[in-house]
Design a protein around this ligand. Structure first.
Ligand code: SAM
Length: 246
């Protein structure tokens, strides 16, 4: 998987991706991240990337020529897409991350200031992605979020494929709670079932905890979740228990 990121702050991509899971993936050659400095594609001696908005108003707008020139400098692989990070885009989620992980290349355009000239959208942008309903100062953090979430789904990046299968959202539910040593910490004990060695019981407990968490924290997810008949029975019991306790 290759990521090409168009930004006026390429240095922002030289630290975060070099550590942890992404760092390993880069070292193994499973992902590549190329930060393209939009400023290198400006046409004036001052290397200007922004200008005042037509029609007046606050703030500056990113000029179209440097972004388009930068985009045209990027070699396109067969299965690729050009993404604009914008709070006006489609909301990024795990399903979208999975879909994007099926591509060979994602080209990410990071806006700054008031955003980019609308003609870049019209001419080159194939997809618009928002990482949430809030406004960041630039698209770089959003691009890193997309790179991180997509890279985890690239085969080989997490080692065992099961790691992603059981994570939150993989089947539409939040994940169950985790415990490690010591068995007791500040008076709180690890649930007995996890020490039992009974794998079937552990699996059932984890599924029940996953359903419980999702019901409490994100009931909206249950509408689309992949639920077995047993899950549905369990969910009804959990709903009854929750109603009794209120
Ligand atoms: N004036 C723009 C608007 O109201 O839609 C917001 C511009 S914002 C200050 C600057 C840049 O940050 C945007 O062009 C975009 O690239 C990025 N950005 C801000 N919030 C974002 C979000 N929630 N998701 C993705 N990108 C975001």
């Amino acid at each position: 998987m290759r990521f090409d990121v168009l930004t006026i702050f390429p240095a922002l991509f030289s630290h975060y991706p070099r550590e942890g899971v992404l760092g390993n993936a880069l070292e193994k050659g499973l992902i590549e991240i190329h930060a393209v400095n939009i400023r290198d594609f400006t046409l004036d001696p001052h290397r200007t990337t922004d200008d005042r908005p037509y029609g007046g108003g606050e703030g500056m707008v990113m000029k179209p020529e440097p972004i388009i020139n930068a985009l045209e400098s990027v070699e396109r692989l067969e299965r690729s897409t050009v993404v604009l990070l914008t709070p006006q885009g489609e909301r990024f989620d795990q399903a979208m991350a999975r879909e994007l992980a099926g591509l060979e290349q994602i080209i990410l355009v990071c806006g700054r200031y008031e955003g980019i000239d609308e003609r870049v959208r019209a001419l080159c942008i194939e997809r618009e992605i928002s990482i949430g309903d809030y406004v960041l100062s630039g698209g770089e953090l959003a691009a890193l979020v997309v790179i991180d979430a997509v890279s985890r789904l690239v085969p080989g990046v997490l080692g065992g494929e099961r790691s992603t299968e059981e994570e939150s959202f993989s089947d539409g539910l939040l994940e169950y709670p985790h415990y490690t040593r010591p068995r007791e910490f500040r008076g709180l004990r690890v649930p007995e079932v996890l020490l039992s060695g009974d794998h079937a019981r552990i699996r059932r407990w984890r599924r029940a905890e996953s359903l419980k968490r999702t019901l409490k924290r994100r009931p909206d997810l249950l509408e689309k979740a992949d639920l077995s008949p047993e899950d549905k029975v369990l969910l009804e019991q959990l709903r009854d228990q929750m109603q009794e306790s209120t």
